[in-house]
Design a protein around this ligand. Structure first.
Ligand code: DHB
Length: 390
């Protein structure tokens, strides 16, 4: 009898513990933020984590009655690690949303997990066009390389650039950039005379740049991922490519705001196309840049930070719209179709493609208030990813 009472008391205690846990879980909304915090893509992780934390500091950590818990994991930008971390976050931590993803292979590695577990995957950095097609649970708040490349291919031939060599990192976004730039430039009467690809990991640009010098194009078009631009710029200048009359152009990844100010005057005049510049002139951006710099020892927010900041907004608004009751499908539905003013300008999450529609700006590196910035001089409004529905 005594034993039974004891067991009864114990099971009650366990039940209480359980419901306690369930209670805590029921009131917590977990975001698993997987980022490269170390290694070659570490600046991406640093920027996105800082932006996510800023968004939370500005908007509170309780939404629709739920306490937001941000779980940050460092995948060192190794896709197998990203995948394992996503699995653990879904199975053990029971996260409501997976987010982050510094490079395309990491975003793709998580797609099957998002689909199977019906967990929204918010891609804040990776930018290969096809990513959103790898799972119906993917939403993107970064950009696509076709989106950025096509606008530059429209600008170039009108500005004396007809013969171009392309140089890209040899993986998804680089191949997208190469393909879409070439296709549009050719359509516009220009010509890509050579397409070069460099490895993603530890690239040595020197032999490729030598080849470009020999080919003497009007311009060299470059895509390398965020964090690698400074090395390209340095070697481009060291080899005297600019003095040989070869212009450097590319997507804004090469004049990354995270590094631009340290690139020196050699970067002046470089024209790029992209969706975000720290120097974007709008009240929303001014407020964002000031707050970001204040919270991060004056670090400049780059396009990765904006992808992270807007990604958090999309998650917060979905949680609000579902009044805190939404599972993966409801959250996803509430993420689709969001329209808002981002620090980059007006944006829209296309409900059909789950990809971001946004302005693409043409920018030139200039010195302003003593610092190097990407200064916007033209805008192509509401650009959809040209990689979709072809
Ligand atoms: C990707 C990574 C980057 O750092 C970038 O600037 C663009 C694209 C990617 O892997 O998709």
């Amino acid at each position: 009898m005594q034993k039974r009472v004891l067991i009864g008391a114990m099971s009650m205690a366990i039940a209480t513990l359980w419901s306690g846990a369930a209670f805590a879980d029921g009131n917590t909304f977990k975001i698993g933020l997987i980022l490269p915090m170390t290694g070659q893509q570490a600046t991406t992780g640093r920027q996105i984590e800082a932006a996510a934390r800023l968004y939370m500091a500005q908007n509170g950590d309780t939404v629709a009655g739920k306490k937001i818990e941000l779980i940050v994991k460092d995948d060192t930008s190794v896709p197998d690690v990203t995948k394992r971390m996503a699995q653990e976050l879904v199975v053990n931590d029971k996260v409501n949303v997976l987010a982050g993803f510094g490079i395309t292979p990491s975003a793709l590695a998580v797609a099957p997990i998002a689909t199977q577990s019906k967990t929204p995957e918010v891609v804040m950095a990776a930018a290969t066009s096809s990513i959103t097609e790898s799972s119906p649970y993917i939403i993107r708040t970064s950009f696509t390389l076709p989106q950025a490349s096509v606008s530059l291919a429209d600008w170039a031939p009108k500005n004396g650039i007809k013969k171009v060599v392309t140089l890209v990192s040899d993986y998804g976004p680089g191949i997208d950039a190469e393909k879409f730039f070439k296709e549009r430039l050719t359509f516009n009467g220009g010509q890509v005379i050579e397409s070069l690809r460099v490895p993603l990991r530890g690239p040595d640009f020197a032999p490729f740049l030598q080849k470009v010098r020999d080919l003497k194009p009007d311009a060299l078009f470059v895509f390398v991922p965020s964090g690698a631009g400074a090395a390209v710029m340095k070697q481009f200048l060291e080899r005297g490519m600019d003095k040989a009359g070869i212009r450097l152009i590319g997507t804004g990844d090469i004049t990354d705001d995270d590094q631009l100010n340290d690139m020196g005057d050699g970067a002046l005049g470089v024209v790029t196309s992209h969706h975000y510049s720290t120097y974007h002139q709008s009240p929303a951006n001014k407020k964002f840049v000031e707050a970001f710099q204040k919270a991060n020892k004056n670090l400049r927010p780059n396009f990765m930070a904006v992808g992270g900041y807007d990604g958090m907004r999309v998650i917060y608004e979905a949680l609000k719209a579902t009044k805190g009751n939404g599972g993966g499908d409801a959250l996803l539905a509430a993420m689709k179709g969001q329209i808002f003013e981002s620090p980059r300008g007006p944006v829209f999450i296309d409900a059909q493609t789950r990809d971001i529609v946004q302005n693409i700006y043409l920018r030139k590196v200039e010195r302003k208030e003593g610092q190097l910035y990407n200064v916007e001089f033209d805008v192509i409004k509401d650009v959809k990813d040209p990689g979709k529905n072809r």
